[in-house]
Design a protein around this ligand. Structure first.
Ligand SMILES: CC(C)(COP(=O)(O)OP(=O)(O)OC[C@H]1O[C@@H](n2cnc3c(N)ncnc32)[C@H](O)[C@@H]1OP(=O)(O)O)[C@@H](O)C(=O)NCCC(=O)NCCS
Length: 184
């Protein structure tokens, strides 16, 4: 057993690198669903036991994968996008695992790949219902607020991405690599 003074020095391993990509393997989709459940049911209590809905039948899931020994091994972030018709695409269920927030710009990269992937598929307008607390994050990423709405009894804002800042992502299954920020 460690002396008491050493017990607090054990810090959990956090991957130094991540891949953000379209989920194209069953385990990626499974873990993305599990992460959504942890965040939207467990942490936020927006849904009782299961946040899945009919959109999951047609939506494209995007994942942030952490690496272990150079291999992608765990889903630590996710978002989904779907084609609403007439060039309109929507994004939803953006979530990053608690330990990985504000760490490697995973939320930012998930949004970038989400909108870029939609653009590569013909999107001319991209909308999302954004939780009030996250509006500053989206504004910094060139989204504009359209109007306030209520979703699951919580304040949200309907926001629209400025597509000029989101080049089409033509190889979303390959994705992008992002690394941990340096400590300030
Ligand atoms: C929102 C969320 C996905 C952001 O993920 P993240 O990986 O922490 O985001 P990033 O690291 O890319 O953040 C980018 C910037 O926005 C800032 N930011 C992140 N979340 C923010 C928030 N809620 N309010 C204000 N700023 C925020 C970060 O500090 C960072 O700024 P910096 O570069 O100056 O430090 C994550 O906090 C989350 O999963 N929250 C719970 C679920 C949720 O709210 N989903 C969104 C539903 S709309």
């Amino acid at each position: 057993m460690l002396p008491e003074s050493h017990e607090h020095r054990v810090v959990p391993f956090v991957s130094p690198g991540f891949t953000v990509k379209l989920a194209d393997r069953p385990w990626e989709r499974r873990q993305a669903m599990a992460l959504r459940r942890r965040v939207f049911c467990g942490e936020q209590g927006l849904f009782a036991e299961d946040d899945r809905d009919a959109l999951d039948e047609c939506a494209l899931p995007i994942v942030a994968l952490s690496w272990w020994s150079g291999m992608a091994e765990q889903v630590v972030g996710t978002v989904r996008i779907h084609d609403h018709g007439d060039g309109l695409w929507r994004g939803s269920r953006l979530a990053v695992a608690d330990d990985y927030r504000r760490l490697a710009r995973l939320g930012t990269e998930l949004i970038r790949i989400a909108v870029g992937s939609a653009r590569a598929r013909g999107c001319s307008r991209f909308l999302a219902q954004v939780q009030q607390a996250n509006v500053p994050l989206f504004e910094r990423l060139h989204w504009q607020s359209l109007h306030r709405i209520n979703v699951c009894g919580r304040p949200h804002v309907l926001m629209q991405a400025d597509l000029a800042h989101y080049p089409p992502c033509v190889e979303p299954a390959r994705g992008v690599v992002t690394t941990r920020r340096q400590a300030a």
